[in-house]
Design a protein around this ligand. Structure first.
Ligand code: PLP
Length: 376
């Protein structure tokens, strides 16, 4: 069966040029980067070149870049670091963060290491920044960590990092942003962005799974989350995932070279799907600020609930269409999405996230809409 993949916010296919860059480090160049002889020196050099390239592309300093196993580890490291090393006793987050953030914050809350408050989400899915200010005022004088994601993985809404960062500055708060859905999708200028920590994950932009990024601004110092060897300048113990790191840097390099053409093409695919759905499926609605401040890769759609549409995700799968009802981590469990619950708790609708990359075409969208006409 011909499969149609509309779930790029969950993961993307590895680019063949990225694979080519990685292969030598899976085969001939297998040395441990901590070894002092030539095999080790060549893999050490590959890691440091990757770090320099990533730092240059994000306009950061190489010493601010730590390679990790992915977005989840990066956010855990930043949040634990802010609490245990930077003295944050209060955390402000939102109810629509990814579980990598929410469950980490809940863990620290349960252990009484922090108190937590949740910023209000407006009906269009954006963070209420006035409420954020109010929460920061109320939290003072406690040292506070604000952790708010850049683009929501389920509805695509984009939060203005500069606006949040400036508010955090007023209250001397630490600011962490989960940028997993935007690194590799938007240009970053970290030297001129008021943020202490951001995260990235290579598999969201045609890089390998299990390769992540943590940016730690040079003005803050945290301890390693993993204890052991002195890798990553004592910031992340364990033998480095050399091919993953090389793949991360290559994927970011390719993404950066093609930002403009890729983003305008992908946006056109998203808008085409929205237009076709409006034309052909009665009573369809969109969750979040889909046509405003929104990621060009994500369209979250609510269909009217019926006996047929209740089984929509399963029926889509049976028809070879890959899309998701929540974040990839929970969609298998079919618990419904905490994000959709927070912004549009309508029991008469079924929400499905479609997400796109440069490989998706209008013809695929046409095929998807034809199937949806039958399945709804
Ligand atoms: N944060 C967001 C917004 C995500 O979409 C994901 C991926 O599902 C993660 C964090 C976790 O990233 P990783 O899969 O690299 O651990």
């Amino acid at each position: 069966m011909n499969r149609l993949y509309f779930d790029t916010a969950a993961t993307t296919a590895l680019d063949s040029q990225v694979l080519d860059a990685m292969l030598p480090y899976l085969q001939s160049k297998f040395g441990n980067p901590s070894s002092i002889y030539s095999y080790g020196r060549e893999t050490r050099l590959a890691i440091e070149n990757a770090r320099k390239s990533v730092a240059r592309l994000l306009n950061a300093h190489p010493s601010e870049i730590i390679f990790t196993s992915g977005g989840t580890e990066s956010s855990n490291t930043a949040i634990f670091g802010a609490v245990r090393d930077l003295g944050c006793t209060h955390i402000i987050t939102s109810p629509i963060e990814h579980h990598a953030t929410l469950h980490t914050v809940e863990y620290l809350d349960k252990r009484d290491e922090v108190t937590v408050s949740y910023v209000n989400i407006l009906p269009n899915g954006h963070t209420d920044l006035k409420h954020l200010e109010q929460l920061l005022q109320e939290a003072a004088p406690a040292k506070t960590l604000v952790t708010l994601m850049h683009a929501n993985n389920e509805i695509g809404n984009i939060t203005d990092l500069h606006a949040v960062g400036e508010i955090c500055k007023q209250f001397q708060a630490i600011f962490h942003s989960d940028t997993v859905q935007t690194v590799g999708h938007f240009p970053f200028d970290l030297r001129n962005t008021p943020v202490h920590f951001i995260t990235g994950s290579a598999h969201k932009f045609h890089g390998p799974k299990g390769a992540g990024l943590l940016y730690v601004n040079e003005n803050v110092q945290i301890q390693s989350f993993l204890h052991g060897g002195g890798q990553e300048r004592n910031m992340r113990a364990g033998t480095e995932n050399v091919y993953g790191i090389v793949g991360f840097a290559k994927a970011l390099e390719l993404a950066s070279a093609n930002y403009e053409t890729d983003s305008s093409y992908i946006r056109s695919v998203k808008l085409y799907l929205a237009e076709q759905l409006q034309q052909h499926i009665p009573a369809v609605t969109f969750n979040g600020d889909s046509f405003g401040n929104s990621n060009y890769t994500v369209l979250n759609v609510s269909f009217p609930k019926s006996e047929k549409s209740e089984m929509l995700l399963m029926n889509l799968d049976m028809n070879g269409i890959c899309a998701s009802g929540g974040s990839a981590c929970t969609s298998g469990a079919q618990q419904g999405s905490h994000v959709i619950r927070a912004i549009n708790n309508n029991p008469n609708q079924v929400a499905v996230r479609f997400s796109f990359c440069r490989h998706n075409t209008r013809e695929e969208v046409d095929q998807l809409v034809e199937k949806l006409k039958v399945l709804i």
